[in-house]
Design a protein around this ligand. Sequence first.
Ligand SMILES: Nc1ncnc2c1ncn2[C@@H]1O[C@H](COP(=O)(O)OP(=O)(O)OP(=O)(O)O)[C@@H](O)[C@H]1O
Ligand SMILES: [Mg+2]
Length: 266
Amino acid sequence: MASPMTARVAETTSKPDAIVEVRDICKRYGDLEALRNINLEFERGKLTTLLGPSGCGKTTLLKIIAGLVPSTSGEIRINGKVVTGPGPERAFVFQDFALMPWATVLRNVAFGLELKGVSQAERHRVAKHYIGEVGLNGFEEKYPHELSGGMRQRVGIARAFSVNADVLLLDEPFSAVDEQNRRKFQEDLLQLVEKERKTFLFVTHSIEEAVYVSDRIVLLSPRPGRVSQIIEPNIDRSAAPDVIRRDKGYLDVVEEIWQGLRQYAE
Ligand SMILES: Nc1ncnc2c1ncn2[C@@H]1O[C@H](COP(=O)(O)OP(=O)(O)OP(=O)(O)O)[C@@H](O)[C@H]1O
Ligand SMILES: [Mg+2]
């Protein structure tokens, strides 16, 4: 088969139907310059991955977009509106994501809807749907301490999906998931991207994972965090997962990104 996956470096970040706009974002923590002049746009129905060495500011950027951390300068717009704090059109799963330990899986997943005042019957219906989507059927009445780390992350993902936000911010959501489930999860994530037409911002340390799931990969360089390169893997999603993972085009993009990042390896 002709390789369908020729990566190309995007020429422009200007997208007409951008939902999330990141404009000249700079962030300092005291003397530390965490992010410098970040300009990015994110479209509906697309998954963009932030990739870069530890400490380059991926979580910081996601938290600024979430409205949880203020930027030092610049602005974030969601659907054209400047962000001043968290909002219902954004949902997130963070690295240090905490579930409510006193609440069952079902209640944790339904919690965002509970906050919105959705009736119990309706929020349980929605929550159960996403509990199924992340493969946790039968665990509705368990408590977080009864789950593995990977299962807890999946509860976080189900919760983020349940609130029906336009924008999903996923900070290393699969880091506690073992390799065989991780691949399954990557495939599930792709299905959700296609079905739900939301805007996904994803962070991972895995280059293979980034190339497999992303429409676009933003490489960040550290100290201060800056956009160093934007890569569009151009994956043919109609191909079977094992065909994609063995495709020369796919493997070439993985290698190209590794070459770009190896200078930061310790
Ligand atoms: N609350 C904070 N106070 C002070 N410095 C911070 C704070 N949060 C992050 N930093 C610093 O900002 C820089 C970027 O951190 P951040 O957590 O955004 O990186 P990251 O790319 O997500 O790293 P990792 O891949 O390890 O998760 C780091 O140097 C970090 O030490
Ligand atoms: Mg981080």
